[in-house]
Ligand binder design. Structure first.
Ligand code: GLC
Length: 567
């Protein structure tokens, strides 16, 4: 430990989450410890040294609970157990201990908006019938129209189609059922929304938090934190009136959700060290998003406007400013992220022109011509931009290997419910979920640590993954992996990086330049990001610490390149 190690200094330890670099582990695709083609806890334990060497402060593990995997595990059947496909609770505890030994904290993923239809409570609700206390834990309603044949309101599922499912007369559980009620599912039909007005629902999620906190888990990412609380009476969404997301929408960003998070914060604070939360809340207004981060609520929330920004200096700068300003008004750091398991990997997003206005899913950009070399150059620059900003940064597994989105998975192998629910018009999110390559030349690019037994990884890997295998990347000094390692080491060592403030500096049009000063007043750091299409000169007397790509022969910063400077 040194004085230049902000994340590790004793006084900062309790507030580690303010400037951490967190690595997202999509467990199904990270590393396979038993050769069956699916990632698991054993594989993750075997690869912890990769994460320690990379230099991350924490990992966030996507849901690993028992689940029929109708939505990749976001359909949880039992919150206080581990899916046997991934391991068991004892292995989870061993993983947490081994991560902690390496100074890596562990965040899990809690899914409070909905259960799996295989959750015991939902089965009880189906069996118990209309008006029963068991159905009160979900949002069951009679339909509208003659015979109740129309859904109770006009809400739409986020994956496409109506957000209501009518119970069949004969259940898959074999029961005869003629009540014909409907249940709400804002996501897949196999993800019934729970009723957050119900005290048993609140108490049960609190028990889940304690269950994992008692096992050493350091915090939770909160899935769809902005949709849990619904307007009583479940009124229709009125277009043009409810779309502003100003607190008046019947199910998005309702003010009632904050009371839930106050109570979760009290639970997190009752532990030593305090446990923390990061919200997944796609709330476009940064002022509304910052409400989740008031001092008695959640600690951090992803600033998705940065992820969705166009590759244009003005767009990036205004989203960075908004997130920092609104979050600091409530005393919270900004939380930056470029990729995750729900969006097209950023090299592929950035490989397309026009750069603006096309969304962040593969389906939004698939028809546009792509330049993979350009995408990777921009991705490397975007990473140095993100890691130079004040606050917390999240990395998505594989981005440190420069992995591309797999855009052409055969449609008969697609697993994301989006494909079915969109009537086979949207490929969905599988392209960023393909199992990682660890060793080139090995079966399955080394995804499995043991001799594979299954027919192949659960999603097929393309040949190009060989170039991105961790061993190939480690051996190449100019690789993406070595850029990430160098950037994280510098970020950890440089006194001005991590927390603190940012000051924009004058710079040529189409570029971003800013200096950084730590909370203790340490400076000496400038970042210059050339988002324009022409090279720009370095500031005079600049001493280059790191560049996302080579400078020109004349020592200029080429287009789509970022540099870190000692100033
Ligand atoms: C979140 C998850 C996503 C999931 C959805 C429903 O957006 O990140 O993967 O499909 O919630 O739980």
């Amino acid at each position: 430990m040194t004085a230049h190690d902000p994340a590790r200094s004793p006084e900062a330890t309790a507030e580690w989450w303010r400037n951490a670099v967190v690595y997202q582990v999509y467990i199904r695709s990270f590393a396979d410890g038993n050769g069956d083609g699916t990632g698991d806890i054993a594989g993750l334990r075997n690869r912890l040294d990769h994460l320690a060497r990379l230099g991350v402060d924490a990992i966030w593990i996507n849901p690993w609970y028992p689940s029929p995997l109708a939505d990749g595990g976001y359909d949880v059947a039992d919150y206080r157990a581990v899916n046997p496909m991934f391991g068991d609770t004892a292995q989870a505890e061993a993983l947490i201990a081994e991560a902690h030994e390496r100074g890596i904290r562990v965040l899990l993923d809690i899914v409070p908006n909905h259960h799996s239809d295989e959750h015991a409570w939902f089965r009880e609700a189906l069996a118990a019938g209309p008006g029963s206390p068991e159905r009160e834990r979900y949002l069951f309603r009679d339909g509208r129209g003659p015979d109740g044949a129309e859904p109770p309101n006009n809400w739409r599922s986020m994956f496409g189609g109506p957000a209501w499912e009518r119970l069949p007369e004969h259940g898959t559980d074999g029961a005869d059922r003629t009540d014909g009620q409907w249940y709400l599912h804002l996501f897949d039909v196999r993800q019934p929304d729970v009723n957050w007005e119900h005290p048993e629902v609140r108490a049960d999620f609190e028990e889940t938090l304690r269950f994992w906190f008692d096992r050493g888990v350091d915090g939770f990412r909160v899935d769809v934190a902005n949709a849990m609380v619904k307007e009583p009476g479940l009124p229709d969404v009125v277009e043009g009136v409810n779309d502003a997301q100003d607190g008046g929408h019947p199910y998005l960003d309702r003010d009632g959700v904050h009371e839930v998070f106050r109570s979760w914060r009290r639970i997190g604070d009752s532990y030593d060290p305090p446990r923390v939360f990061v919200a997944e809340a796609w709330v476009p207004d940064p002022e509304r998003l910052a409400r989740y981060l008031r001092p008695d609520e959640l600690h951090t929330a992803f600033s998705f406007n940065f992820l969705t920004a166009a590759w244009l200096a003005e767009d990036l700068r205004s989203h960075i400013d908004d997130a920092i300003t609104e979050n600091s008004a409530v005393g919270a750091p900004a939380t930056w992220v470029l990729s995750n398991h729900d969006v097209c990997r950023h090299p592929n997003r950035l490989s397309r022109k026009p750069e603006a206005g096309r969304g962040w899913n593969l389906d939004d950009v698939l028809d546009l011509p792509a330049d993979p070399g350009l995408g990777l150059r921009r991705a490397r620059a975007a990473t140095l931009l993100m890691l130079a900003l004040p606050g917390t940064a999240y990395l998505y597994q594989g981005e440190e290997l420069g992995l591309p989105e797999v855009e052409d998975i055969p449609v008969d192998r697609l697993d994301d419910p989006t494909w079915e629910l969109s009537g086979h018009t949207l490929r969905g999110r599988d392209g960023c979920r393909v199992p990682l390559p660890w060793v080139a030349g090995e079966p399955w690019h080394g995804f499995s640590d043991v001799r594979p037994t299954g027919p192949g990884p659960w999603l097929p890997q393309p040949d190009v993954f060989a170039r991105h295998a961790a061993d190939v990347q480690a051996a190449d000094p100019d690789s993406v992996l070595n850029l990430y390692r160098d950037a994280l080491a510098l970020r950890r060592a440089h006194p001005a990086l991590g927390g603190g403030t940012l000051s924009w500096q004058p710079s040529p049009e189409g570029t971003l330049a800013f200096t950084r000063v730590s909370d203790d007043g340490d400076g000496g750091f400038t970042a210059l990001v050339n988002v324009s299409s022409a090279p720009v000169s370095l500031p005079e007397d600049a001493e280059v610490m790191l560049t996302s790509g080579p400078l020109t022969a004349r020592g200029e910063v080429p287009a789509d390149t970022a540099v870190w400077l000692r100033s």
